[in-house]
Design a protein around this ligand. Sequence first.
Ligand code: GPV
Length: 811
Amino acid sequence: METGKSPRHDPGVDLRALGNTPQDFARDLLSNLYYERGTTVESASAQDMYDSLARTVRDRLAERRARTAAAHYQANPRWLYYLSAEYMLGRQLEQNLLYTGTTDLAREAVPDFDTTAAQDVEPGLGNGGLGRLAACLLDSLATMDLPAVGYGIRYDLGIFKQDLDAGGQVERPDDWAFQGNPWEFPAPDDNQVVGFYGKVTSVDGRREWEPAETVLGEPSHMLVPGYGTDTVNIVRLWRARAAQGSFDLTRFAHGQYAEAVADVVRSENISKVLYPDDSTDLGRELRLKQQYFLVSCSLRDIIRRFSFRNDGNWDEFAAKTTIQLNDTHPVLAIPELMRLLVDEYELDWDRAWRITHDTFGYTCHTLLPEALETWPVATIENLLPRHLEIIYEINARFLAEVSERFPGDVARIQRMSLVQEEPERRIRMANLAVVGSRAVNGVAALHSQLLAETTLRDFAELWPGRFHNVTNGVTPRRFVKIANPALSDLISSALGSDAWLRDLSLLQGLEPFAADDAFRARWREIKRANKLTLGVAPDFLTDVIVKRFHEYKRQLLKLLHTITLYQRIRAGETPAPRTVVFAGKAAPGYWAVKDVIRLINAVAATVNNDPAVAPYLKVFFPANYNVTLGQRIYPAADLSEQISLAGKEASGTGNMKLALNGAVTIGTLDGANVEIRDRVGADNFFLFGLDAAEAATLRSSDYRPRDYYERDDELRAAVDAIGDGTFAGGDRQAFGGVLASLLDRDEYLTLADFRSYLDAQAEVEKVWLDAEAWTAKSILNTARSGYFSSDRTIADYTRTIWGLDPVRVNP
Ligand code: GPV
């Protein structure tokens, strides 16, 4: 048991008396309705019923959780702690019904099940791929019985909700827990005190930090059940609270109401809102406060848990504890652990450094320079003065090591230093992460290779053994079984069991069915039905590009193709009918792509209102792409667009979700696309575009997008249509920014890849018109994508980086 309180108390009753007969379930539901909500079946609102159902399901997991905690206490295992500023957990109800095997019981017991289930709100505590990956990894860790805790921040407001107003993105706050969150267990007694600002003094030869401000971190946890096992792990989320007594009664008495709560508000703002900037470094002080808040609370909690069975035995710490840093957001954990060990537990520096270094692993998720976090020295000095001293000390010792290996190589030392000098002094968080970790990994084979050759090259030369690849994966439970129940049933009946849900390599067994007419017909029927559920035409090719909006992801390239299709149809051509689905959010301040969203919707309005075009082309932009919407889109997709400029997308994970649902990919050799193509076969993947080396060469040469524009008539016509008011009621200025960015800069080589992309799309269309050939490719994509299960990802981490053993939970 890991709460630290009365570990071996055995209540002497069997809580599994939470039975699974329809009577048991109905009784527990009623009991929750009466005793937790204080209402009756007759007067229950949809929210009352939802909350009671959630508790009824949750209690079944809670009992497994108690057994898991007991097994973990018994085993005293090596633990994995996953530190992440983001988790995109997705809706909980359907998952937890599935994992407890109570779906049918719930449908029977709840009067209006669909209305009740529709109350379930997805906790959107992340931006995109990085946050969703964290959730998939937690799912797989539990499924594989590995002892792990996820640590994160319980933001009051998650990723904003996206509305479309006149085609443009409008952001609304996501007050996700407004009606309460029945999945969460508060643990206020496990709170931690976090310090900020203040000064450092020397006391008896030791450095002592006296913070000027303190905030409470109050944890709560959500359950993370494994599939097909009794293991239930937790994700522990911290919420900032003002210390008791922060309300200023004196000010209140003087009528200064806002001032009376100023301290409370200031403290609680730390976990108020998720920063909505994906893969860009914003550099706001509050963000640094969030990062330190997460790290400080989590490390103290980790030490508390360690001390419970291994008190004071610091030489065991790194053997019992491995902490994975999800990108650089939690990298202050490195100086914070040093501070705790040296200042608070009084270990000498070298011993503390050995422990720290042996404890951490760092996963990098990008190659984009603008995503590599740096913080001004002045900001850190003000907020975390002792941490800055520690970072300087780490740097001094590290640079001495570099000088010894590369004497006189001043340029190298400047590049590797944790401190950037120009144009202002800043701390390079990725460098700190690499120096302070035992293992560093990228998230796809190409990404890890490029990291070692470019972004982190100096470090890979110094410590080649520290660098690894762990290709991302996705959970097949949520993204196939729950998202696509009909396809899952077909797969299970073809394979003779549902064992594939815990061993996705078994999907290979589907390969022979690609040649089976009846199976192919059934496969197509399911795709058709899934399109109807999504609300798109069942016989059109469903062509999807769903992901965060970024220039490097090149939604504009897809749009240029769409405009060309429109112009061809207007000119009398009759291409294969297709629906182009765009979905995704843009960071609120990222105007370049907000204009792209506006342009897509302007094109959609023109295309969708043109009766001459209607039989051949539709453009669909459902608002507010999130996990829930993704679960509806992936099963309906025929074509998966993965068209980032090669060398820019670290991995991608939507590509995997789509392939597993039978979408065929059109893509560049970027991120995990490379591995998808290797596995599904070049014949079952539509490749186009520059590769990473070619793209880098072209970008560093005198690239002139206008040359491509002038040489290609269709490209010119499509670009001209953006600038001549075709999609803006004649207003030539409406999309001037987009036009200029394409013709003057085209940073992501959209025009250079346009013709190659259109050629590949022509190939797509040819194959699509042969429904049998297309379906065979679709089936083979599913059959050969078992590698992209996050269970395999976890097996790789466990083997190459974490060295964890499973702990089985007694039934
Ligand atoms: I750095 N990623 C993200 O979602 N947010 C970030 O802040 C950063 C990276 C993404 C990458 O862009 C994807 O290529 C990758 O698949 C995903 O992280 C998970 O590794």
